[in-house]
Design a binder for this molecule. Structure first.
Ligand code: GUN
Length: 298
């Protein structure tokens, strides 16, 4: 196809899809409520005053309210000790009224993410961050999947995008997205997977091979028009705040892909915002519902 020809592309609408999932979760919650005697219950530990973290947690709890879940927020000052956070984690582990909880990241430097994560009860680890849940991803064992990778897989499934036999290129190898999504794509997704990261030489050589390109780096406009082939499926996980004085709040949100110049080469592409972000929240709700059902043997 001539590079100048405009191709019709489909928007992978995470907002719409997540609302459909929420309706399903809400219906199931209403059915289970009389059986269990209480709704599913999600909690969050939020440390410090990071604006983005505050916004994310608020969005997660708004979604809880939409589906009829109970939510509990535990907030702490940036100066809180690691000991206090570990005590809160232990208290959440032992609270039978709570099905799942998250520790919103990032944490201040004096608190070890590894030590805190290690203490989370894997049965309540609805972020899928604990070593037990991460390890089970590569096994047939049931587990709580990391929320963003689960959301990405769910979004592709609901748009009938086949991953089996496809070449998926994942850019970014973070513990939260790149690394786990590559395991899901290569395992249950039955795809051939290439993982690229900061040390990859000639990134474009790899991205040009992609039938499905997942980008989770946090660098606006990293993926440009000449780095993808025609017909590619693009999932953009980036959430970058770009200063913009022409809008009231002073910034706009952009992904890692130069959407304006790349989208017409795609068969499918996620928008930012409104793509992966809402799917992460829907997956957190799904994980909480799964944890609730497992606890009550439903
Ligand atoms: N910070 C950025 N993304 C996430 C996430 O998915 N979960 C938590 N707990 N913190 C995050």
């Amino acid at each position: 196809m001539n590079d100048k020809e405009v191709q019709q592309f489909v928007i992978l609408d995470g907002k719409k899809t997540s609302r459909e999932i929420e309706v399903e979760i809400g219906e199931e919650t209403r059915k289970l409520l009389p059986v269990v005697g209480r709704p599913p219950h999600l909690a969050a530990i939020l440390v410090g005053d990071d604006t983005a973290s505050n916004t994310y947690v608020k969005s997660k709890f708004k979604a809880c309210k939409r589906v009829g879940f109970k939510d509990t927020l535990a907030t702490f000052d940036t100066t809180v000790s690691q000991e206090t956070i570990l005590e809160k984690v232990a208290a959440f582990n032992n609270d039978p009224r709570l099905d799942g909880y998250i520790v919103q990241l990032p944490l201040p430097d004096h608190i070890s993410v590894e030590i805190v994560t290690d203490l989370i009860d894997p049965k309540k680890d609805v972020d899928g961050f604990t070593p037990a849940n991460f390890g089970k991803m590569g096994l047939p064992h049931p587990s709580l999947l990391p929320a963003t990778p689960r959301g990405i897989m769910e979004l592709m499934t609901r748009y009938d995008i086949e991953t089996r036999g496809k070449h998926c290129v994942v850019v970014g190898n973070s513990h939260i997205v790149g690394s786990p999504v590559s395991l899901l794509l290569a395992g249950p997704g039955k795809a051939t997977v290439t993982v690229c990261h900061i040390y990859t030489k000639d990134l474009a050589f790899h991205t040009l091979q992609a039938d499905i390109l997942i980008v989770a780096v946090g660098k606006p406009n990293l993926i440009k028009r000449d780095m993808v082939k025609d017909g590619v499926v693009i999932v953009d996980v980036g959430i970058n705040r770009i200063p913009d004085s022409s809008v009231q709040r002073g910034y706009v949100i952009k992904g890692d892909v130069d959407f304006e110049n790349v989208s017409d080469k795609c068969s499918y592409i996620t928008p930012v915002p409104g793509g992966v972000g809402p799917m992460t929240i829907a997956s957190l709700l799904l994980n909480t519902l799964d944890a609730y059902k497992r606890t009550h043997q439903l």
